[in-house]
Write a protein that binds this ligand. Structure first.
Ligand SMILES: Cc1ncc(C[n+]2csc(CCOP(=O)(O)OP(=O)(O)O)c2C)c(N)n1
Length: 546
């Protein structure tokens, strides 16, 4: 069999449905093999868009999303997407081409050492040097990408290897059960929670797995321990649950941090230290129990005293079976914190101003979206408003990146989410800066016939950095820019464009766009004048009085 045919067969055997990317001449054998396979090629307008789509496919399905690029410039365009998948623990396989490795007549033209380039960005990166190795390399790249902690892998298939003949056969997919935590560590954790007076549960990105979400919901229902989440743990437990204490969108000074300061024991489930710290640990103040697949990478703000390392769902189930509510547990202060938080979350939700107020914007989107609707955020200052104010009922209904925190992933991730869940409503929210980093993928979305509403928040600036610049008392410099007419821009791609003139009109247009098939873009002017007053001052001063 031809090597490229074997490669594609190995991908089929792994259950690959889509390959996102842009082939080059070094991928042509592979492309020809793909043509007659069951795998659909999703041609994008930039390799970065393809990588973000593949990573999000992996994030949502737990199976690696696959993307394809040529050598040199195509492969270097994968760099940000590789970091996005790797830091965000999203399983992804990148396949790149290369000039012939045995005899090349083109000298060094377009040659970059991509395998080496991928080393700090992946869990596994290999050049395939013989067709016979293809089945093992493909299987291993899938195994590594999926194994906890998930991430990015990379295979390079050189042109001459791609058309070699081989007798090798595809290796079957194998399932390995994850190790479970040591009994003694579970016992220590149970004792610490039982003896605590004010235990508190924190849910992080690593808890965002199907069975873990179910176990955690049962854990909270049985024991009545209040919980909060990190930004990437949102929705693992329903945020409308009566025990929800908010989100650690800020690292300190928020309402939830008062509950954290008051707690004497924090059960930290699935916290991934790559996320911005949800709180700062200080020596001797409280016990932190780290429950995760891997032991904690210790640093100055995180040094858990107890670690329960093993399959998280199994740990939570075992702890739930043996823990009982304790008469000395006291959650009265959490209730006070919750009441203060809830009254604060309501502030601004009805604000009529236009350009729209961020809290009103979040509220309108939340109310227009069904509980299983998916909102995909790009990266900008609105991320903080969403993390605090958008309450998720289900896991993976607010896809935000609190790991690499890259701009440009909003639209591609929404497109992938729509492909994974064709029956669900999907909205992308981007700033005018982030959107323009991958806006060309509008053409891909229109061509694929996807149903995606892209909201572009218009402030004619890189707002987040402008805000931080002002916080540091620097003069406003270098952060303002111009924009195209986004309505006309959308229309030029064959999408529908909308430009609301009031908050009420925004809601109406959003609902209309969600009800119609196809790609919609809503240009929404936003008023960021309250960023500092609310996020920096008001929250801190109000929470300090609780
Ligand atoms: C690829 C990339 N480049 C730069 C940054 C640094 N950065 C973070 S937020 C931001 C501004 C985002 O502006 P915009 O998308 O317009 O959103 P806004 O904050 O204005 O709502 C910048 C430049 C980044 N996170 N990612």
């Amino acid at each position: 069999m031809k090597a490229s045919d074997l490669f594609v067969k190995a991908l089929e055997s792994e259950g690959v449905e889509y390959i996102f990317g842009i082939p080059g001449e070094e991928n042509l054998d592979f492309l020809e093999s793909l043509r007659t396979s069951s795998i659909k090629l999703i041609l994008t307008r930039h390799e970065q868009g393809a990588g973000f789509m593949a990573a999000t496919y992996g994030r949502l399905t737990g199976k690696p999303g696959v993307c394809l690029a040529t050598l040199g410039p195509g492969a270097t365009n994968f760099v940000t997407a590789a970091a996005y998948a790797q830091l965000g623990a999203m399983p992804m396989l990148m396949i790149t081409g290369q000039k012939p490795v045995k005899v090349s007549k083109q000298g060094h033209f377009q040659i970059v050492d991509i395998v080496d380039m991928m080393k700090p960005l992946t869990k596994y990166t290999k050049q395939i040097i013989s067709a016979d190795n293809i089945p093992a390399r493909v299987r291993e790249s899938f195994r590594r990408a999926m194994e906890e902690r998930p991430g990015a892998t990379h295979l390079e298939l050189p042109e001459d290897i791609a058309h070699e003949q081989t007798d090798a056969i595809v290796l079957p997919e194998s399932h390995v059960r994850r190790p479970v935590a040591d009994e003694k560590s579970i016992q220590y954790a149970i004792e610490a929670v039982t003896n605590a007076k004010r235990p508190l549960l924190m849910v992080g990105a690593g808890a965002n797995r199907k069975t873990t979400s179910k176990m955690l919901r049962e854990f909270v229902d049985k024991l009545g321990i209040p919980f909060f989440t990190t930004q990437m743990g949102k929705g693992v437990i329903d945020e409308c649950h009566p025990l929800w204490l908010g989100n650690a969108a800020l690292s300190d000074g928020d309402f939830v941090h008062r509950a954290i300061e008051n707690a004497d024991c924090i059960l930290n489930v699935g916290h991934d230290v790559v996320e911005k710290p949800p709180f700062f640990m200080r020596k001797g103040l409280r016990t932190v129990i780290h429950i995760n697949y891997c032991s904690a990478e210790v640093d100055t703000v995180y040094f858990p005293q107890i670690e329960v390392v093993g399959d998280i769902a199994n740990t939570i189930w075992r702890m739930k079976q043996r823990l009982e509510t304790q008469p000395h547990w006291d959650f009265s202060y959490c209730k006070t914190v919750q009441a203060a938080l809830f009254s604060h979350l309501e502030k601004g939700a009805d604000d009529d101003r236009f350009p729209i107020y961020p809290v009103r914007m979040v509220r309108e989107i939340r109310e227009a979206m069904p509980n299983d609707g998916i909102v995909c955020l790009d990266n900008g200052i609105y991320k903080l408003w969403f993390a605090r104010y958008y309450r998720c009922n289900e896991p993976n209904t607010l896809l935000l990146d609190n790991a690499l925190a890259t701009m440009g992933a909003g639209l591609p991730s929404a497109m992938a989410a729509q492909m994974v869940y064709p029956g669900r409503k999907v909205v992308a929210v981007s700033g005018d800066g982030g959107f323009m980093m991958n806006s060309q993928e509008l053409e891909t979305a229109v061509r694929l016939g996807l149903n995606v509403t892209q909201i572009v928040l218009l402030d004619n600036a890189y707002g987040m950095i402008k805000w931080k610049q002002a916080n540091m008392n620097f003069a406003n410099f270098g952060m303002d820019m111009g924009n195209p007419d986004f309505v006309k821009y959308a229309e030029s791609y064959g999408a529908r464009g909308w430009r609301p003139k009031s908050a009420k009109e925004f809601r109406e247009m959003l609902e209309k766009s969600l009800a119609m098939p196809g790609v919609d873009l809503i240009e929404l002017a936003i008023d960021y004048s309250d960023n500092d007053r609310v996020l920096n001052q008001e929250i801190r001063s109000l929470s300090a009085t609780v």
